[in-house]
Design a protein. Structure first.
Length: 269
């Protein structure tokens, strides 16, 4: 009986031991599964973080690349503009040097009289000729007049017909008297200068060809001499323009216009 009790106790202990071992065995797989899940979750988070970091890095590189292209383009455009400006400045400097050289090489002209001085000396004709021999110069001097070389200082221009010379066009633009050679001849006979208004140049053939009348044109230019016909206008001359640049500039300036040396065309690069 006593032995049976011992066996029963032993069996009970054995059952308890097995139960405990069984309980521990069941807990181990559960613990292992949870650990693996955590590891897997951390790995996924790390992977996602790396992917996000790579994406941000790629985005930054693309931004830098785009910004670099933009700066390169701006730099290229700026360089082109600087080249254009430099070329224009070089041409302007070259033209300035040419003009300065021409000014230095030209003989000095007599001082240009003011309008007031010309008005004061109106009783003494200051005459220039165009297309006429100098044989008439002495007649003018004998009558008390003077011979001028510059159209700016003259009061009268004497010629035999309408001519497209610098002197003729400048005098016409300023409304000064343009008279025929008969004025000088008639004045010689009279021993004094006669009224020039009676000897205004007439050239029917040229006036018909160019569709104007000398008398009306001179009157208009004289009445508007404070505001000549080209006032406010700017001109640019191409290289092959005739007459040459210096002569054309003189004519345009006499009529109140301005000539520019360099024409700059602004365009998008």
């Amino acid at each position: 009986m006593k032995e049976d009790k011992i066996n029963v106790d032993n069996n009970q202990n054995l059952v308890d031991t097995k139960s405990e071992n069984s309980f521990k065995t069941e807990e181990k797989p559960k613990t292992g599964k949870k650990s693996k899940t955590k590891v897997k979750s951390k790995a996924e988070e790390k992977s996602k973080a790396e992917e996000k970091s790579k994406a941000e890095e790629k985005s930054r590189k693309e931004e830098y690349k785009t910004e670099g292209k933009s700066k390169t383009k701006e730099k290229s455009t700026s360089s082109k503009i600087e080249i254009v400006i430099e070329k224009v400045n070089n041409k302007k400097r070259k033209n300035d040097n040419i003009i300065e050289h021409e000014k230095e090489s030209k003989p000095k002209k007599s001082r240009i009289m003011t309008d007031e001085e010309i008005e004061e000396s109106v009783d003494v004709p200051r005459i220039i000729f165009t297309g006429i021999d100098d044989q008439y110069f002495d007649i003018v001097r004998d009558l008390g007049g003077s011979i001028e070389e510059s159209w700016e200082n003259c009061t009268h221009l004497v010629t035999d017909k309408i001519r497209r010379t610098v002197k003729f066009l400048c005098v016409l633009a300023t409304g000064k008297k343009i008279v025929s050679l008969n004025w000088v001849k008639a004045s010689k006979k009279a021993g004094k200068f006669l009224d020039p208004n009676k000897y205004i140049l007439k050239d029917p053939a040229s006036e018909k060809k160019w569709k104007f009348t000398m008398k009306n044109s001179l009157k208009y230019a004289h009445d508007n001499r404070n505001e000549p016909i080209f006032t406010g206008l700017t001109f640019y001359m191409t290289p092959n323009t005739k007459p040459p640049y210096d002569e054309m500039e003189t004519i345009i300036n006499a009529a109140g216009g301005t000539v520019i040396i360099e024409y700059i065309y602004i365009f998008k690069l």
